[in-house]
Design a binder for this molecule. Structure first.
Ligand SMILES: [Zn+2]
Length: 283
């Protein structure tokens, strides 16, 4: 993906220095663990104490040491976010609406959001409650290593998918989804979640269509990367990797084929009216 000289978003909240990256050195090994256990047993928060110890040792709030690769990934993510801001602002304007820009939070280890606390193993997520996207940059390596997806555009696709959930929040789709879900059986609820996820993939494709049209920044390998990632993180692939078989009713993101199809439909049309996954029987 060609992006040098492009605008980077200011809606970035870098919380990496606050997270527990697992690198915190406790004073006395085992005794440190016992202290934390005692704090926990007495109803305190061990994480708070760990942060305090970290502050004590460095004389200031722990400074996060970002690698050169993480730094460039951070700039790249800020560029992708800026691009989604431009594209979605224009699309919302066409619909007579105003696009409210979300914030992208970088974290390491764990993070607190309006949706509760999460660890890196959750993967990137969007919280409708505070309209923020949460990303641990180490997910990029994870994606390359274990999911078989990689490349810069694949990471852009992941961010654009989370922005897609934000678009759903702004358009009221998320609220409708929550209402329907409350009345649904577990099987129906899972089917609804698949529709929500596939629509976020579709919106990522719509963004990619406009990004390419406006800036000629994508070539065929980029699209291949995105589709490869979509297929690598499809629920059927993840399930097979984890348990060796597939249980269709517990799908929450859609199959690899569905995710590829909806991303591509967004990318081919660039038209958000084509993405009503909820009214469709066959996805
Ligand atoms: Zn999603």
């Amino acid at each position: 993906m060609r992006w040098s000289g492009r605008r980077e978003s200011e809606n970035i909240d870098d919380r990496r220095q606050l997270g527990g990256s697992g690198k915190i050195a406790l004073g006395g090994g085992l005794s440190g663990i016992i202290v934390l256990l005692l704090v926990w047993l007495m109803g305190g928060n061990p994480l708070e104490l760990m942060n305090m110890m970290q502050e004590d040792q460095s004389g200031q709030t722990g400074v996060y040491e970002s690698s050169a690769e993480e730094d460039s990934l951070k700039h790249f993510s800020a560029f992708v976010l800026a691009s989604t801001e431009d594209v979605w602002t224009a699309i919302f304007k066409q619909m007579g609406k105003t696009y409210r820009k979300p914030t992208l939070v970088f974290f390491s280890g764990y993070v607190n959001s309006a949706c509760g606390s999460a660890s890196s193993s959750t993967g990137p997520f969007y919280c409708p409650g505070d309209e923020k996207l949460y990303v641990d940059l180490s997910f990029y390596d994870e994606m390359k290593r274990s999911l078989g997806g990689g490349g810069d555009f694949a990471f852009a696709y992941v961010i654009a998918h989370e922005v897609g959930h934000h678009v759903q929040k702004l358009l009221g789709t998320n609220e409708q989804y929550e209402k329907l879900r409350q009345k649904a059986s577990e099987k129906e609820a899972n089917a609804l979640t698949v529709k929500l996820e596939l629509q976020a993939d579709f919106y990522a494709g719509v963004w990619a269509y406009h990004e390419k049209k406006l800036f000629d920044s994508l070539d065929d390998t980029d699209l291949y990367e995105a589709i490869n990632t979509a297929s690598a993180i499809g629920d059927d692939r993840l399930q097979k990797q984890a348990q060796g078989y597939v249980v269709p009713d517990s799908f929450t993101h859609g199959t690899s084929a569905q995710r590829q199809r909806w991303f591509k439909k967004g990318f081919d049309t660039g038209d958000i009216r084509q993405g009503d996954t909820f009214s469709m029987k066959n996805l």
